[in-house]
Design a protein around this ligand. Sequence first.
Ligand SMILES: [Zn+2]
Length: 107
Amino acid sequence: MWERLDLLTELANEADAPSLLSVARSELPRLTEGWRALLAAHEPDEKGNCPECSGRWRQQKSPCSVWRAAYEHLVAGGLAPRPARHLRSAPVTPPVTRTRRAVLRAH
Ligand SMILES: [Zn+2]
């Protein structure tokens, strides 16, 4: 898994434009699908808890750490990597399901 990400980073830095274009066309949809699947799993349920991070005896309030990290990366960070200490101070409000995409685009 890490090797695959390393490979993509390497391609982004070193591939020539035509190769990069074809890699982007094939890989970006895969990456966005991955993010969607991850976010869908960690989306707050009707009680405002994360169904994925909640255990049988302990409920994890949303936004959970996965959601916060994803929000920070995709929205607040504008897709740019940022130092981890920003993760804790970022104000995060998980949008509800039906407005998720609209909210992500609005930022
Ligand atoms: Zn979660």
